[in-house]
Design a protein around this ligand. Structure first.
Ligand code: AMP
Length: 399
């Protein structure tokens, strides 16, 4: 069976067609700058075919149309007809408290996703546009919504309630939600396979360290705590996001820098994190280069990042009374040996013992990088959110 995975942003469309009999990717692509005259469509088809075109893609409907024309193209397409697509899985950022698992999309579900727009004003509207465009192009293909927040709906109330008046939770649904749920869930399942132990018998700290970064405490297969909160701004220091700061700083920055609330939120989302500290870049490759050339602020940014990750790991090991596996994933987690070494330094008393040589080898591949005698397995696992979404489709649709 073939599942098309769709991830729409406000001006982008990311897609991947998966053959779920073998769990392999058949083709994938990315449309960017939708709505601009110089939109870009990158397509990766069969036999390493790659094509990049710049054209005017006016809206998401046109982007979906363009995608379908590539997928069925006689020369570089991977299917003969769009009816070969058995299901479509949509990544939806926010499911609020309404959606604790993936669901088949119908009008009721679409209304539910609309109800969560307040909680994710930038993301959910784009996801809805993607769903509506697919509904128009492929009205008979079953569709499933897979929520970034759903995996974290098992977090207990004492962990998701902020210490502010409870009425704010009741009136405005203000609480911790958590994000990157699809990635953390994939990591949980894969860790269980690698360790050859049932998911409900293992505890994991999953570190999704990309441009956006979050950590998840997974107890017996369920998320019990995570570092992002009401929005993806909290927790770790990220590429451009501040992560958790003293909340009193917001009004202080507004006053001192003469900023509005919106400008300050933007500042904390787009100009902070390791970019803000270093003044160099949000990209760890640039930071590593600058640091090796003696740039002290780049070095500081790397240290701030690693230190925060380390603190969360220790906290989550405490929350779960010990772990079986510590997992690194996403761009930095999968590729950056130096950051992994900084994070795991001096954690032996918690059972974390890094094999330095194996750590150096683990670049973009799945690998166990802990010392043989260690109690905690340190794993590098490339994440695969598309595969997790396609698997969810199979489960939900029972096909
Ligand atoms: P993501 O958001 O998961 O795509 O991750 C992006 C981050 O991963 C950026 O900070 C990149 O610098 C970092 N990254 C990706 N590839 C590498 C690599 N080969 N070495 C070091 N960092 C990398």
């Amino acid at each position: 069976m073939k599942v098309l995975v769709i991830n729409t942003g406000s001006s982008s469309l990311k897609y991947q067609l998966m053959d779920m009999d073998n769990e392999i990717s058949l083709a994938k692509g990315l449309c960017e700058r939708i709505g601009f005259y110089d939109s870009v469509h990158k397509y990766y088809g069969k036999d390493n075919y790659y094509n990049k075109t710049t054209k005017n893609i006016k809206n998401h409907l046109e982007a979906i149309d363009d995608m379908l024309s590539y997928l069925v193209n006689e020369d570089y397409g991977v299917i003969g007809d769009i009816n070969e697509i058995d299901a479509i899985g949509h990544r939806v950022v926010h499911g609020g408290e309404k959606f604790s698992k993936s669901v088949v999309i119908d009008n009721y579900v679409l209304d539910g996703i609309r109800d969560c727009i307040d909680l994710a004003p930038l993301h959910n509207p784009a996801n809805i546009i993607g769903i509506e465009a697919c509904l128009q192009e492929m009205p008979d293909t079953p569709m499933v919504a897979v929520f970034d927040t759903a995996f974290h709906q098992t977090i207990p109330m004492y962990a998701y309630i902020y210490a502010i008046p409870f009425e704010l939770y009741e009136k405005h649904a203000i609480r911790k939600y958590g994000f990157h749920g699809t990635s953390h869930k994939y990591i949980a399942n894969r860790t269980s396979e690698i360790l050859k132990k049932p998911l409900d018998q293992i505890n994991i700290v999953s570190c999704h360290l990309g441009n956006g970064a979050s950590i998840c405490a997974i107890k017996q297969g369920k998320s019990v705590e995570t570092s992002m909160g009401f929005t993806p701004l909290s927790g770790l220091a990220m590429g451009t996001r501040s992560g958790t700061i003293d909340p009193a700083l917001i009004s202080y920055i507004m006053e001192k820098e003469h900023m509005t609330a919106e400008e300050t939120t933007n500042y904390l989302n787009k100009e902070s994190g390791v970019l803000g500290i270093s003044g160099v870049s949000s990209d760890f490759r640039d930071l590593l280069k600058a640091s090796s050339e003696g740039n002290e602020r780049a070095k500081l940014a790397i240290n701030v990042f690693a230190y925060r990750v380390k603190k969360y790991i220790a906290e989550y090991i405490g929350v779960m009374n010990g772990i079986d596996a510590l997992v690194f994933t996403a761009g930095i987690g999968e590729n950056n040996a130096l950051v992994r070494r900084l994070i795991t330094k001096e954690m032996e008393y918690m059972g974390i013992k890094l094999d330095v040589a194996k750590n150096e080898q683990a670049v973009g591949i799945e690998m166990n990088i802990s010392k043989k005698e260690a109690n905690v397995q340190i794993l590098v696992i490339p994440t695969n959110e598309e595969l997790e979404i396609a698997r969810e489709c199979k489960i939900v649709l029972n096909i």
